[in-house]
Design a protein around this ligand. Structure first.
Ligand SMILES: *Cc1c(COP(=O)(O)O)cnc(C)c1O
Length: 335
């Protein structure tokens, strides 16, 4: 029996057509800027999102780190959500490697940073304080696309207060597909955007950072320093190009399957469906049952990520089809 893995959309494996594209990729040494496939991927995303330049990097973590280090100097500060990936799940890299101080603030339920809280967090120019330089948002936020009207508001605030605005757009394409807009309609509000190719888009490796020429040149320097300068990386970039050509529109299927899953689980006793947004379903299972759930699902060849609390996140993706989803629903029905 095949495994069905609902832990994350990072688990997708490249299919035969993607592997063929990788095999045939034209390559060169990307540290010299000579890899035509990397260059094509960077230019393609820059054009699609409306930026001057792009930089292919090994991971989303590195992409966000390079953005923070390109926007901020030692002793500068960035404003970020308390639960944001950049702040909470990237090993404190901006502080560790960039000497950049985070100013975390509590996010609203929808993942936005309340404008008045951002405003209050900005420090006066005074030697007592770190210099506030940047605001960082995440979209989608736990599967939720950030409202476009909010993006316009935070952009105005940043312009008024002289701050830059970065987007951790690990799942930018999920947001665009869910809101039925082009990625540019979201990216236009930001000075830089990081996009993951290895999440819902289904490439095995890689992220791209987009921004103005000068910002990307600074990020390129930090990429080398961080050990992220790769040589014949076109093999990997080819998977990204393939994903952009073939795996964007189909994200709507992942969203529809997540909705179907949420609807099916909503009726079951002992399970509370807390929410469903794009490709994610959030559940709570009665605390008396939660310990039994994981081994039960493992026996059915279904992988879930179950943390310490009652909350469980289920993520749909490229490697879960309708038949797989039915197996998951049946397993929950018989639990
Ligand atoms: C996965 C993810 C990242 C970074 O991804 P890696 O490629 O695993 O380093 C950044 N932000 C968000 C919101 C993510 O989900």
């Amino acid at each position: 029996m095949d495994w069905i893995d609902l832990r994350s959309d990072t688990v997708t494996r490249p299919g035969p057509a993607m592997r063929a594209a990788m095999l045939q990729a034209e390559v060169g040494d990307d540290v010299y800027g000579d890899d035509p496939t990397v260059n094509a991927l960077q230019q393609r995303l820059a054009d699609d999102l409306g930026f001057e330049a792009g930089l292919f990097v090994p991971s989303g973590t590195q992409s966000n780190l390079l953005a923070l280090m390109a926007h901020c100097q030692r002793g500068d500060e960035y404003v970020v959500g308390m639960e944001a990936h950049t702040y909470k799940y990237e090993g404190g890299g901006a502080a560790v490697l960039g000497s950049i101080q985070p100013q975390p603030i509590v996010q609203a339920e929808d993942g936005t940073l309340p404008l008045d809280a951002v405003e209050r967090a900005i420090k006066p120019i005074d030697p007592h304080f770190a210099r506030t330089k940047l605001v960082c948002l995440e979209n989608t936020w736990h599967g939720r696309p950030l409202p476009l009207a909010y993006l316009a508001d935070i952009r105005n605030l940043c312009a008024r207060r002289g701050l830059a605005l970065h987007l951790d757009g690990a799942r930018l394409y999920n947001a665009a597909v869910a809101q039925d807009v082009g990625v540019r309609a979201i990216a236009q509000y930001f000075d830089s955007v990081s996009v993951c190719l290895s999440k819902g888009l289904g490439a095995p490796v890689g992220s791209v950072l987009l921004g103005a020429h000068a910002l990307i040149e600074t990020a390129r320097r930090w990429r080398k320093v961080a050990g992220g300068g790769m040589r014949q990386a076109g093999i990997l970039a080819a998977a990204g190009v393939y994903a952009l050509d073939h795996h964007v529109a189909r994200l709507a299927d992942d969203h529809a399957r997540a909705a179907r899953l949420a609807d099916a689980l909503r009726d079951l006793p002992g399970i509370d469906v807390i929410g469903q947004h794009t490709n994610m379903v959030f559940l709570e299972v009665a605390s008396s049952q939660v310990d039994a759930l994981k081994p039960y699902m493992e026996a059915a060849h279904i992988r879930l990520s179950i943390g310490d609390g009652p909350g469980i996140r289920l993520v749909t993706h490229l490697d879960i089809d309708d038949a797989g989803l039915s197996r998951v629903i049946e397993a929950f029905q018989h639990f």
